[in-house]
Design a protein around this ligand. Sequence first.
Ligand code: ADP
Length: 502
Amino acid sequence: MKKETYQNYINGRWVKPKSGAMIENRNPADKRDLVGLFPASQGEDVEAGVSAAIEAYPKWKATPAPKRAEILYKLAQILLDRKEQYSSDMTREMGKVLKEARGDVQEAIDMTFYTAGEGRRLQGYTTPSELPNKFAMCVRQPVGICSLITPWNFPMAIPSWKMMPALICGNTLVIKPAEDTPLSTINLVKAAEEAGVPAGVINIVMGTGEAAGAPLTTHPGVRLVSFTGSTDTGRIVAENSARTDKICSLEMGGKNVIIVMDDGDLDLAAEGATWGAFGTSGQRCTASSRVVVHKKVYKKFVEKLTERARSLKIGNGLDKKVEMGPVINEAALRKILHYVEIGKQMDGATLHLGGNRLTRGNYSHGFFIEPTIFTDVEPGMRIAQEEIFGPVISIIPCRDLDDAIRIGNDVKYGLSSSIFTQDVNRAFKAMEQMHTGIFYVNSSTIGAEVHLPFGGTKGTGNGHREGAMVSSLDIFSEWKSIYVDYSGRLQKAQIDEFKIAK
Ligand code: ADP
């Protein structure tokens, strides 16, 4: 069978990496299925990408924002027209079930339409000056050249969260997708090319984090680095970016919690926990990896969750009946199984369900793990503190709401949390006191919509929010304050005294 070979996209042309080296990408549900060969780029390819972005910048910046928006509208329509193809490509390259892959592509469509609307706003504001005959206003301006470094778990949605606001603000960019999921980003970039994004405005350089990602964080021509991935890598990205004073926006890990109160709808909570913990095989930064359950309903909740988890159909996500796919690769599989051992041996929690790799029949060709439930988990155990990024959930008992909030907040991350309760007082108290960037009532920790800020507190990020217009424009634009003095004299702020007439 012919091996599909893909190339970098630099200055409007699809080009081989300079070294000619390629990386094989295989379907995690079936390693026999070769998705394609993708560039193993290095510093020299990043150099070419950044140079193209620098060259294209003045013209793109000078293109009126409503005109930039027209291209984004076209792009959104192309994504919509090709949704099925892009979704099955995504399932094949990263394993999430087709229904979820469709959701991922839909999020990119939503983000693109939504951001295009901003082309006719991009609002700054005017405000009175403290001096007479003087006008004051501020406007957004592009930041310049952006490096976008993205992970594999939302291979089209996350690139779109970064790319669309970057483009509407008038920036040019180089994107480096995760080595496990380059195809979905290629699909996005090809659609952008077709929609009419000019040469050099978007460049894609593929390869490993160290060889192709790191140079994007150190290049002196780059002004902004927008990164989504693990907290450990994010810290390296931040350190590298700081050396050349780059703006750096980080979206990192989570250890999200569902709180289940004794008055909560237990069927709904079990459904929410199943979706939150085992959807995308638990590989979402917002995955519900902990459930803190009131001790009065603990046993009942565990029974309901176990019943749901046991019935999940696991397999190749292209099969419509499958509800949970594989994990992304061998290293992830090993890491998750290692955490199962930690839970059993070191932490001393009870392995209530699952915990094994599936190896029967077709499973042997992929990286499949059973949905795994730990019970009798104590809040300080490693499985309740560290991000496992797999289909593993820890069920922790609590005494009351205060106890639940304390346990919920006592981790180093702060992305998403939720509560199941029928009591509005409890819901509002948790809403106020959970120190996370996202909070849900009577829902799982999953389900962000593009027009609300996305991001987290503590070890999850460095204070930025993606999605939503104001917050993402704040990442991808810089304010310029403008003073227009029409008094005909040199007026001095804070020094000239304005006398109020009597
Ligand atoms: P994950 O565990 O989700 O794969 P990573 O943080 O390792 O998270 O990867 C997220 C993205 O960061 C990927 O595109 C990866 O290639 C890239 N990356 C990894 N190491 C570095 C690095 N040192 N500098 C820049 N990017 C990196």
